[in-house]
Design a binder for this molecule. Structure first.
Ligand code: NAD
Length: 321
């Protein structure tokens, strides 16, 4: 019997690919760069399943270009690249990969927080550029952790994992998340109080219409002058022009970004001229084990969908109603 056809939009880890190849006739996009949109249209035409990444815009047009499509499996926990309403209307289950990337992303948030606070990247550049002449009592002074307040916006899986790590640094943790009324080791506050009181602000919300540009001139103006902003959520949660202005004028102390709008950040972005802005290329879940597990979950979601079974991790369960 011929295997079902699927399109996988990039070379994902072998852990998931092995499973996919066993079950499907897989067309795997080999390039380093994502498939251009017209190429997605072409490659999904005859497929039953699609494995997509956060770099692929999967909207109603793509779904309609694939009349046999039974399942969309997104290898990410965030699904802002997929038009969920369009998928639900077409009764297409959409899978994601929650949980397995929680710790790696929380680790990255903490790595960025400590790096920005202690000016690690600035210090490293200083050494490389041959500027290190002596120990100086005022050289590259940073921020302290003990007794400082960490404000977490979005207290879900990753937000809670960041709070857990904060305990080891003796930080006081507050959070803003209307759907989490209380927590064992962190204090719920409203958004204004969080911005006013936090020395560190870490973002862990999904990208939605409500969270788009949640960090903007108005919210930045409410932050402390010593505040450090960390974003490992999605780029568009922060208005980068407003962030640039706040960092340039030292309205806040520093920012550390794993995600930007757009991605990649253009090489001539003025943010790259600022010493108090640290940027890495969307590496939140980029650890070997995590990516293996993400590929496995993506494969499991795909295969369940192809078999007509309920996806282990489905973000639009309404399709089963
Ligand atoms: P989650 O669903 O467990 O947690 C998100 C939390 O945000 C929820 O508790 C929700 O109630 C809250 N929330 C939603 N809208 C809000 C708002 N307007 N204000 C305050 N809180 C709000 O998700 P998660 O697994 O913790 O992942 C969070 C996000 O992190 C993902 O959606 C994804 O975009 C991002 N992420 C990024 C990387 C990376 O590589 N940088 C890796 C994993 C996840």
């Amino acid at each position: 019997m011929p295997k079902t056809k699927v399109f996988v939009t990039r070379l994902i880890p072998e852990k998931g690919l092995t499973l996919i190849r066993d079950f499907c006739d897989a067309d795997i996009w080999q390039d380093e760069l994502p498939p251009p949109r017209e190429m997605i249209f072409e490659r999904v035409r005859g497929v039953d399943g699609l494995v997509s990444l956060l770099t692929d815009k999967i909207d109603g047009e793509v779904m309609d270009a694939a009349p046999h499509l039974k399942v969309i499996s997104n290898m990410a926990v965030g699904v802002d690249n997929v038009d969920l309403a369009a998928a639900t209307t077409r009764k297409l289950p959409v899978g994601n990969t929650p949980g397995v990337l929680t710790d790696a992303t929380a680790d990255m948030a903490f790595a960025l927080m400590t790096s920005a606070a202690r000016r690690i990247v600035e210090g490293e550049k200083y050494v490389r550029n041959g500027k290190w002449k002596t120990w100086h009592p005022q050289l590259l002074l940073g921020a302290d952790f003990v007794g400082a307040t960490l404000g977490i916006i979005g207290f879900g899986r990753i937000g809670k994992a960041v709070a857990k790590r904060a305990k080891g640094f003796d930080l006081r943790v507050i959070y803003y998340d209307p759907s989490v009324p209380s927590a064992f080791d962190a204090v719920p506050v409203d958004l204004d109080a969080l911005l006013r009181e936090s020395d560190f602000v870490s973002l862990h919300v999904p990208l939605t219409e409500e969270t788009r540009h949640l960090v903007n001139a108005e919210t930045l103006n409410k932050m402390k002058p010593n505040a450090i902003l960390v974003n490992t959520s999605r780029g568009p949660v922060v208005d980068l022009q407003d962030l640039y202005d706040a960092l340039k004028s030292k309205r806040i102390f520093a920012a550390a970004l794993d995600v930007t709008e757009p991605e990649p950040l253009p090489a001539d972005s003025p943010l790259l001229e600022l010493d108090n802005c640290l940027i890495v290329p969307h590496l939140g879940s980029a650890s070997k084990y995590t990516r293996d597990m993400m590929s496995l979950l993506a494969a499991q979601n795909l295969i369940a969908g192809l078999k007509g079974e309920r996806l282990p991790h489905c973000v639009n369960p309404q399709v089963y109603d």
